[in-house]
Design a protein around this ligand. Structure first.
Ligand code: VGL
Ligand code: ZN
Length: 206
């Protein structure tokens, strides 16, 4: 069985949000079209405390886009985004959220970020997504969402590492591209790591 994994389709990652991904809104209709094709659909949700240490606002004198060390891990600094229980953390308007069987919050601990939907960036704490899939005998995941060069990339890499077959739907992904080309490089790296990159899916492909 294959499961659709929707990564961080949240207001703050759409145009007008706090950490807007260019054309991020364009992937919402793709998600809505793909969901009915899968027997199981899960979503990740970036869900930070207001004082999360990935926020530049928590590092006086530092700016968005800079790198710092937090508890020994490299951390890119972001604008305040996806603060739990705020509008920015809500799912995109128009997303058929009732088709999602389970939501996995991530980035919930103040002192560690979580790009992957499976583990935090230190691989210390699991979100239980892996266990959730394994107990349902899921063999493959189809990943799409925001952003290609962060949470999609790390979610897909962890899925590969956990032994799932992985397809990434490029029509359903958009990147931040802090450095030009980051999103394209992320997809290339995923392919090298063993993921199948597909432009889009038709009903007969599932
Ligand atoms: C993300 C940066 C910070 C993402 C989340 O969803 O790709 N990127 N938090
Ligand atoms: Zn975040």
């Amino acid at each position: 069985m294959e499961t659709l994994v929707l990564v961080d389709l949240q207001n703050d990652f759409l145009p007008g949000g706090a950490l807007p991904v260019p054309e991020g809104d364009r992937v919402v209709p793709v998600a809505n079209r793909l969901m009915p094709l899968f027997p199981l659909v899960v979503a990740t949700q970036d869900w930070h405390p207001a004082d999360h240490l990935s926020f530049a606002s928590q590092h006086p004198g530092r700016r968005v886009g800079e790198q710092v060390q937090v508890r020994g891990l490299d951390q890119t600094l972001w604008p305040d985004h996806c603060v739990r229980e705020t509008w920015g953390a809500d799912f995109a308007p128009g997303l058929a959220i009732w088709r999602v069987h389970r939501i996995f919050p991530k980035g919930i601990d103040r002192d560690i970020d979580s790009y992957s939907g499976f583990y935090d960036n230190g691989h210390l704490r699991s979100t239980e997504l892996g266990e959730f899939l394994r107990v349902r005998s899921v063999r493959g995941v189809c990943v799409m969402g925001l952003a290609t060069d962060y949470c999609v990339q790390f979610t897909a890499l962890d899925a590969l590492q956990q032994g799932f077959r992985v397809r990434v739907i490029s029509a359903g992904c958009r990147g931040v591209n802090l450095r030009p080309g980051d999103a394209d490089r992320a997809l290339q790296q995923l392919q090298v790591a063993g993921a199948q990159i597909v432009a889009d899916l038709n009903p007969e492909d599932v």
